[in-house]
Design a protein around this ligand. Structure first.
Ligand SMILES: Nc1ncnc2c1ncn2[C@@H]1O[C@H](COP(=O)(O)OP(=O)(O)OP(=O)(O)O)[C@@H](O)[C@H]1O
Ligand SMILES: [Mg+2]
Length: 300
């Protein structure tokens, strides 16, 4: 081409080429040293997913495993409160395009990568969008943004070497779930339910989500929560207020192991509200979670 063949009027101050805005590129690098990724799911809200996820993480840590938990509930994150880490702020490390740590005085440019450092407490690494929002702030995000935020909570986090990374999924079986369980190299899922019929109808949806041919991830088993009520003053009594053995029946129906039954105990709710999870102490939750760990224990 003739270099003098300039079209249009001469512009002494040509516009500078703008750096292209890169779409959010999140690779799997931060998961490279994670041995097993387990999603804790339920079709229905309020059945105790987060309670199970937190107590399972703590039980694994008490048994000597290196554990992390990602709160994928970007609309209603409850991990900071349940673990007593509310108000903490994860450090953010910045790396340049070559993956080298960016010197403090250097300018953060478009191709830098920011990696969040999880909060450590009770021997577990926790990450939640709740650390970045004020507790009273409602997170109203549209689908794609929620999806991105959720992937960031998993993929942009310095997990390091872990034996288990648990993901506390938001309730439901919608697009967010399909996209997440499709894209993340999950080892498998644990489904939480109560023995109640309405909760069980939603278990079917969760089972179908993971068994859907496009997703096709193994379901490790079902945990039945709130299986019976035991008052503190009558520790041997069991009241089946949400029905009896619904989770067991569901497990049988789908050929899945029943990983455990957790009673409804006041101290579990109190522990959740106070940020001191029940599995830190001996008791029915630690026992049930230990039994579940026995059943899902995986090769190193
Ligand atoms: N076994 C239990 N005994 C007593 N209280 C429990 C038990 N399991 C869960 N809870 C309480 O029930 C409430 C709901 O539990 P949790 O937040 O874990 O459910 P979830 O399925 O994660 O809810 P969401 O769908 O909103 O994320 C919490 O207040 C929790 O402390
Ligand atoms: Mg929850």
């Amino acid at each position: 081409m003739n270099p003098y063949d300039i079209k249009g009027p001469y512009n002494p101050n040509p516009p500078k080429p703008q750096p292209k805005k890169r779409p959010l590129e999140l690779g799997m690098e931060q998961l490279a040293e994670v041995s097993h990724i387990i999603a804790v799911a339920s079709g229905k809200g309020g059945v105790g997913k987060s309670t199970v996820a937190v107590n399972l993480a703590i039980t694994l840590a008490r048994q000597g495993y290196r554990v992390g938990l990602a709160d994928a509930d970007v609309y209603g994150p409850s991990i900071p409160k349940m673990t007593g880490t509310e108000g903490e702020m994860p450090d953010v490390e910045v790396y340049d395009a070559m993956g080298e740590p960016l010197p403090e005085e250097a300018e953060i440019t478009e191709d830098c990568k920011e990696i969040m450092v999880p909060i450590e407490k009770y021997g577990v690494k926790w990450m939640s969008i709740g650390y970045f929002a004020r507790p009273e702030q409602a997170l109203i995000w549209r689908g794609p943004m929620a999806c991105n935020a959720l992937k960031q909570m998993l993929l942009q986090v310095k997990w390091g070497e872990l034996d288990y990374l648990l993901i506390d999924l938001p309730p439901g079986t919608g697009d967010i779930h399909i996209s997440l369980v499709h894209d993340i190299p999950l080892t498998g899922a644990v489904i939480v339910t109560t023995p109640q019929a309405v909760a069980l109808a939603d278990v079917e949806k969760s089972v179908n989500l993971f068994r859907n041919p496009q997703v096709d991830k193994p379901i490790l088993g079902i945990i039945e929560n709130m299986s019976w009520f035991t008052p503190a003053e009558l520790p041997d009594n069991r009241y089946y207020i949400f029905g009896r053995d619904g989770g067991r029946a569901m497990a049988e129906k789908y050929g899945l192991p029943l990983l455990g039954q957790i009673p409804l105990v006041q101290s579990v709710r109190e522990g959740g509200d106070e940020g001191v999870p029940a599995a830190l102490k001996e008791g029915p939750v630690f026992d049930a979670m230990s039994a579940a760990v026995e059943m899902i224990r995986m090769p190193e």
